[in-house]
Design a protein around this ligand. Structure first.
Ligand SMILES: O=P(O)(O)OC[C@H]1O[C@H](O)[C@H](O)[C@@H](O)[C@@H]1O
Length: 445
């Protein structure tokens, strides 16, 4: 379970004001439960953790096993919500150097379809040239250009390298039940496929096959991940009183901070493995709340790395920011600072201490400094980097996002703004059907 602490925001906003959101948070929770709010076609994530069946998990694990047995490398092709959840969990739980080890216990997971870098894709195809690789092609719409382009390359390479029959075994599609090019290809080629439910938007889909299959291929326990999320679903349930509901309190606090001029929320970690949890969080909150010219800008830093780059700005720059720190209570391994007789580096005052003790003092020192500098600080403690904790943390953020978006007054479940660049790109590339737009955009150049 997580521990949420808002004490260090209270010099900037008052507890009374935060607690005054109780009625709004309750109304938001009810709108989510009853499906009466904006975007109510996309509430499938709300009770997803508690509704995932053992059979579904077993099917995912069986497919993961096929990929694990037949692949040295598995490429996850997807963008946005179709890759960030999987990557967030895999990187949070993986040994940082596992990809460099000769002996591997699971296929190396690589990512594609989240950029259009020609060199990136060239180098990926080169790396895969002598590898037994498979592909998980993930796209809810089934038509996202970045992903489709990468998949076209990977599909051809996989078939050329491994033959059509093996390719059929090691290519898996995760997409809509009926529509989209990814569905057509999967059905035509006879790929194993999983469905992304209609009522679960991409950024809320980590606990569907979108996240669960790659996570299982990487060797992590999806039963425990889902169990952690289900426990959090309960802890943030509609009947939990406001003061005890971490999702409601977080949603209320960030809305009150926003009202008081804190336009940017920086998600902070003191553990490099959480980098992609922040990337996932940025999409979740950015796409959900950034509309109608409103919404906190979600940013992220990795400390202490970024204390030596962004630390100055955070300490003394424009006072429009607040921080939310994810702190991991216990490390998974133990490492002590050794004693050195000569003590040339002057570090003997740390000798015998755990490295994590030093990290925790960096964290505490940073919190106090930033609060002194005018940055309100929310702290979220998770017990450890394991499946249960991460599952719980992700669901907590999803639930809080739904409540927070409704308090803000926007539809947290659509993303109309994302289409603007796509329309221009298609017009510039002369995509059939965009003839008028092509003419209009060329006239502007
Ligand atoms: O899964 P897909 O349909 O390929 O979509 C992938 C991503 O791109 C879209 O443009 C949306 O902005 C995201 O919300 C989505 O997660």
């Amino acid at each position: 379970m997580i521990d949420l602490n808002i004490e260090k925001t209270l010099g900037f906003i008052s507890k009374e004001k935060v607690f005054a959101y109780e009625a709004q948070a309750k109304a938001a929770q009810e709108a989510l439960e009853n499906g009466t709010g904006k975007g109510n076609d996309f509430l499938g994530w709300l009770h997803l953790p508690s509704s995932i069946s053992k059979e579904h998990l077993a099917e995912l694990k069986a497919t993961a096993q096929t990929l694990r047995e037949n692949c040295e490398v598995v490429v996850v092709a997807g963008i946005g919500g179709s890759y960030l959840g999987a990557r967030a969990v895999i990187e949070a739980l993986s040994d940082s150097f596992t990809w460099l080890r000769d002996k591997k216990t699971a296929p190396v997971i690589l990512y594609a379809g989240h950029n259009i870098g020609e060199d990136y894709l060239y180098e990926l195809t080169r790396y895969l040239a002598d590898k037994k690789f498979g592909v998980i092609n993930i796209s809810k719409s089934g038509t996202t250009t970045e992903t489709a382009l990468a998949f076209r390359l990977l599909k051809k390479q996989c078939e050329d390298q491994r033959g059509k029959d093996v390719a059929k075994q090691v290519i898996v599609a995760i997409t809509d039940a009926k529509k989209g090019a990814a569905r057509v290809t999967a059905d035509n080629e006879g790929y194993k496929s999983f469905i992304i439910p209609d009522n679960v938007g991409g950024r809320f889909s980590v606990l569907t096959p979108v996240g669960l299959l790659p996570i299982a291929v990487a060797g992590f326990d999806i039963d425990k991940l889902v169990a952690g999320a289900a426990a959090m679903e309960k802890a943030c349930g509609k009947d939990v009183p406001f003061v005890q509901n971490p999702a409601a309190i977080y949603a209320a606090t960030r809305n009150e901070l926003y009202k008081n001029g804190k336009k940017i929320e920086i998600l902070v970690n003191f553990n490099p493995k959480l980098h992609y949890v922040s990337e996932w969080w940025k999409q979740l909150y950015g796409e959900s709340e950034g509309k109608e010219h409103k919404g906190i800008f979600p940013a992220a830093v990795d400390f202490s790395t970024d204390l030596h780059s962004m630390g100055q700005w955070i300490q003394e720059g424009e006072r429009t920011i607040c921080e939310t720190v994810i702190s991991v209570e216990k490390t998974n391994h133990k490492l002590e600072v050794p004693t050195d007789e000569q003590n040339l580096d002057g570090l003997n005052f740390l000798a015998g201490k755990r490295v994590d003790e030093v990290n925790k003092m960096a964290e505490l020192g940073t919190q106090l400094a930033h609060v002194d500098g005018g940055v309100p600080n929310i702290r979220i403690v998770i017990p450890a980097l394991n499946e249960e904790s991460i599952g719980g943390l992700l669901y907590f953020f999803e639930k809080a996002c739904g409540i927070s978006g409704y308090i803000l007054g926007v539809n947290p479940f659509d993303q109309p703004g994302v289409e603007a660049y796509k329309k221009n790109m298609f017009a510039l590339l002369n995509k059939p059907g965009y003839e008028e737009e092509s003419k209009a955009i060329r006239a502007r150049l």
